[in-house]
Write a protein that binds this ligand. Structure first.
Ligand SMILES: [Zn+2]
Length: 332
């Protein structure tokens, strides 16, 4: 009898254990595979992961890292970095990265605290534009304590960002330091060649036509380096809206200078440029709209403008062609 009772108790306990196990495993399952929290799949999971915000930052990091790392760019072609906010997937990438590279100088204005969290974990976060010599940076004409973040528009300045990237990569992977330093030197040399090429294109524009009008104030460094007077309808950030008074002033200025062409940008609405064209037409000045310029983003990866050099070359050629300059190999 006792033996039978013990057998029943053992059977009940065994069933309870089985049930408990099923429950624990079952209850555990949703927490163990939270697909929304899963790190996104990678193309080269065997390599260290480096994360860059803009395509221009990714360009310099890829060029210095070569085949030694996988570089993931968070902001895609045509996306405005001033208005970009990281998605949940972006944040997971950032937290998973061995090092993170931003433009800085408040370009990525809505970035939140993800980068501060990476820094608090002791991983490198490099703001590449902030590594440029302070005296070479331009300030925001409307906010004196802020710097203009569009430094990739000046090849000589952007070439300076390769060495600090090499510093970070060398700390992460000291055995390949020589390779990173050589790649950084090559990037700077290519930047110097690009500077000469852009200089020749812009110098071919008749001096009275060297005025660049664009949708937002992204070209001040380009204008300073190559001798163009620059007007942006919106301010340094596309978050600020141009007022009717701003547009009226610009219409008067452009008409007085007989500027032939204004440029739209791939990341900014053409609404204000169209308002400018209409304003000029109303006072008898015909302002054309030029081919789009790449300001805060590059072209798609499979196009000639899908890298930083190609992007600047495109801009310089389009500006020169539209303002009466000489463009080698152009059909017009
Ligand atoms: Zn911008």
């Amino acid at each position: 009898m006792l033996h039978r009772a013990t057998s029943i108790l053992v059977a009940v306990l065994a069933s309870f254990v089985v049930l408990l196990t099923v429950c624990l495993v079952g209850c555990d399952r949703p927490a163990a595979r939270p697909t929304v929290n899963a790190t996104p799949p990678r193309e080269h999971a065997e390599l260290p992961l480096l994360v860059a915000t803009t395509p221009m930052v990714a360009d310099v990091v890829r060029s210095v890292a070569g085949p030694r790392a996988e570089v993931v760019c968070l902001i895609g072609p045509g996306v405005d970095p001033h208005l970009w906010t990281p998605t949940r997937t972006d944040v997971l990438r950032i937290l998973d990265a061995q090092a993170v590279f931003l433009n800085g100088l408040m370009l990525e204005g809505r970035v939140g605290d993800a980068f501060a969290r990476v820094e608090s974990m002791g991983r490198p976060v490099l703001r590449v534009a902030q590594s440029i010599t302070r005296t070479e940076l331009l300030t925001d004409p409307n906010r004196a304590s802020y710097f203009d973040p569009h430094v990739w528009m000046d090849p000589a300045l952007w070439g300076q960002t390769a060495a600090p990237v090499a510093d970070v990569l060398s700390r992460l992977d000291p055995t390949h330091e020589g390779e990173f330093r050589a790649n950084a030197a090559l990037y700077r040399e290519r930047a110097a060649l690009l500077e000469k090429e852009c200089e020749q294109l812009i110098a071919s524009i008749p001096s009275e036509h060297r005025t660049l009008v664009s949708a937002h104030d992204a070209f001040a460094y380009f204008g300073r380096r190559f001798g163009l007077t620059v007007y942006g309808i919106q301010g340094l950030s596309t978050e600020s809206e141009a007022s009717i008074t701003d547009i009226e002033h610009l219409v008067a200025e452009i008409s007085a200078r007989r500027v032939p062409t204004a440029f739209v940008e791939t990341t900014v609405s053409d609404r204000t440029i169209r308002a400018l064209v209409e304003g000029c037409a109303a006072i008898g000045h015909q302002l054309k709209i030029g081919e789009p310029l790449f300001s805060d983003s590059m072209g798609r990866p499979d196009t000639p403008e899908g890298n930083w050099e190609g992007m600047l070359r495109h801009n310089a050629r389009v500006i020169a062609a539209s303002l009466g300059g000489v463009v080698p190999g152009a059909s017009r």
